[in-house]
Structures are given as C-alpha cells and as structure tokens.
Design a protein around this ligand. Structure first.
Ligand SMILES: [Zn+2]
Length: 288
C-alpha cells in the first residue's frame, strides 16, 4: 500500500477513543522494525522524521525512497504516513517536494500572528497536494534538534485559532517534555487539555514526548481527545540497552558476531518490542 496522509487514521482514532503512534526513524533497521510491527499487529502507524534525522539519512529523498521501497518489498498493507516532525517552514516545503505524506510545521516559537500566517500558507499547499499537516501551539519542553522548549501550556484560544486554519491535527503543549522526564515533573495538565478539546471539537490532538509518561496519564489523555502520540526516545533507549548487552556479553567477538546483521539484531528486536508495547497501550492494534 502506498503512503497515506494521516487524516483518515486520526479521525478514526479520535472517534474510536484510541491513539495512533508516531515512531521516529533513524535508519533502515528502525524503519523496518516499526513497519513490520505495525503490519504484524494490524495497526496504522506514522513514521516520524525530524530534520536532524532527515539530514542524517542523507536527505528527505533518501528517506522517501527507503520507506516506499519497504512498503512494497515487505508487503505492508496497513496505513502508513511519513511525517516530518517539528518542521521549519523551509523543511516543510522540502518534505512536500520530496514525497512525504504528512508534515508538521512547528511555528510555536514565532509570535502567534506569524505562526498563523505561515501555517495558513502551508495548509493551502498541503490541501492542494493531499498531505496532512500538524501545527503546534505552546512549545513542548525539553530539547529537539537544538530547539529548547520550556514545557509551557498552550493557550486554548490560540489552539482554536490555529485549528480553525484547517490543520489536520494539533499539538498543544500541556506540560509534556521531549526526552526523559525530570524527577520533579508536575505531570500532564489535564485541565488545559480538556479546555483545548472543548474548543477544538473533532480536531485530533497530538501528544509529544510520549517517553516516560505513566500509562494512566496516557489513557486519560486519549480519553480527552489525544489521537496521536509521539514516541522517539524510548526506542532509542531500548535499542542502546540491547546493543550494549550484546557487546558487554562479548557476542560480537564470538564467531561472526561482528556481522552488522547480527550486531544490530538485538537492538532491532528491542525496537519491535517497544513499538508493540506502545501500540497496546495506545489501543491501535487491529485498527488498520
Ligand atoms: Zn515533539
């Protein structure tokens, strides 16, 4: 199945009270692990690509080529969207050109008027080309590709203003943070989430920084209208731990254990297990 935009899968998720996972990719192993898990569990999935990861993978065209090749050669039939994560205005345009099926324009660091202007322009292009588009209001805490947000809560009225521009999905800051959560973290602000959902109605809401949010908070967020949850760090931690274990056990020095196909296998399996665990928690299994 060819890439699809994220609109239909997220509309169904919002109506069905579950969430679709966005799992960020870094290389071939990552992408293959996520696609195979989605297929095995019959779940829709969103592959996230940050600008940094896009650059690492040689550019957006390489990413599109790799993903499209895998969809065909792995016989992936579940809905898959290829989504730019935290895109700049220029990055969003480059991904539209390269063949992504979905973009996020993160204009949260602009004054609201400028965020509105740029979002409007990109919405028009995405509508014309059949892509889905995510906008962000209120910066997400932590660091993502050098952009540091304080974890502020979005103003629900500003969320409504951006939602009304015709975006497909909206990321609202509700105290969530990218990367590992600090010990003194206050938790998600459900009052803000509830207020945002009241004002934005059917708009699928996006929760960034899914790593380390307790399961009960994830479930509550889904009940309050979150239909897309971004997972990045958790797959990285699982991959690193499994690879460390393999090397510390000296397995790379036994027989042909140095073969990259063997060396990277435990990390690959660890990503699959993490993706499965998240899809179970989000409720997307069997919803393709
Ligand atoms: Zn994010």
């Amino acid at each position: 199945m060819a890439l699809v935009n994220a609109k239909e899968m997220l509309t169904k998720a919002k109506e069905g009270h579950y969430a679709v996972g966005q799992f960020n990719i870094n290389n071939l192993e990552w992408t293959k692990a996520i696609l195979l898990t989605a297929q095995e569990l019959n779940s829709p999935v969103i592959l996230g690509v940050s600008e940094g990861a896009g650059k690492y993978m040689c550019g957006y065209k390489t990413v599109v080529g790799m993903v499209n090749g895998m969809l065909e050669e792995l016989n992936i039939t579940v809905p898959v969207a290829l989504h730019l994560d935290h895109g700049s205005y220029e990055g969003a345009k480059a991904c539209i050109e390269a063949g992504f099926s979905s973009i996020m324009f993160d204009g949260s660091h602009y004054p609201i008027e400028e965020n509105v202007e740029k979002t409007k322009e990109l919405v028009a292009i995405c509508n014309e080309k059949g892509l889905s588009i995510e906008a962000e209001v209120g910066s997400i805490g932590g660091e993502e590709d050098g952009v540091i947000g304080a974890g502020e809560c979005a103003d629900p009225k500003e969320c409504k203003m951006i939602a009304d521009l015709g975006v497909t999905m909206l990321a609202a800051g509700i105290g969530n943070i990218h990367g590992k959560y600090p010990e003194n973290w206050q938790g998600l602000n459900f009052d803000v989430l509830d207020a945002v959902q009241q004002l934005t109605g059917k708009m699928p809401l996006v929760l960034h920084g899914g790593t380390g949010i307790p399961a009960d908070m994830i479930k509550k967020a889904i009940n309050l209208g979150v239909s897309k949850i971004n997972v990045n760090t958790e797959c990285q931690l699982a991959f690193a731990a499994a690879t460390r274990e393999y090397i510390e056990a000296g397995k790379d020095q036994q027989g042909k254990g140095f073969d990259p196909r063997k060396l990277l296998a435990p990390g690959f399996e660890a990503i699959k297990a993490t993706v499965k665990e998240k899809m179970e928690l989000f409720g997307s299994i069997g919803k393709a």
